[in-house]
Design a binder for this molecule. Structure first.
Ligand SMILES: [Zn+2]
Length: 145
């Protein structure tokens, strides 16, 4: 691991505020390490600028606290939500496009609400799914792209 740490992918303001222990198990650490080494580090290297991880691992309690889907790969340490330092849709889209262009071995890649952030996962299923999350009448739906 060159650019990212396990700590960076497990820290959570919500967990701190609510007193939730979000320490990863050994299994989760293995998944986070794979996510960093296969996807996040190569992306960061090619991008050449810092990338902010807004959410990585979420234990079940934390996942419920933030309203995450029960089946979320965040719970397994297989997913990260990332954004650029600028945090503009244009710059966040660059991260998404770069993941595709570099051929990084993602499982799911999601453009969240018009590149508000990018969700990327790495896991054994290797589904290579590209999706976008859109909100209709206040409800989120995921559309394959
Ligand atoms: Zn996510």
């Amino acid at each position: 691991m060159k650019y990212f740490t396990i700590k960076e992918l497990t820290k959570s303001a919500t967990a701190q505020r609510k007193g939730i222990n979000n320490d990863p198990s050994r299994e989760v650490c293995k998944s986070l390490t794979a996510l960093i080494e296969k996807v996040l580090d190569p992306l960061r290297e090619a991008y050449g600028k810092p990338i902010i991880v807004t959410s990585g691992y979420r234990c079940e309690r934390l996942n419920r606290a933030v309203g995450g889907a029960a089946s979320s790969q965040h719970v397994k340490g297989e997913a990260a939500d990332i954004r650029s330092v600028q945090d503009t849709p244009e710059e966040n889209k660059k991260l998404y496009d770069l993941i595709v262009k570099l051929g990084l071995p993602f499982d799911q890649l999601i453009n969240e609400y018009g590149y508000d952030w990018v969700h990327v996962s790495f896991g054994p299923r290797h589904r290579r799914q590209k999706m976008k999350a859109v909100k209709k009448n206040g409800r989120t739906s995921y559309v394959r792209v």
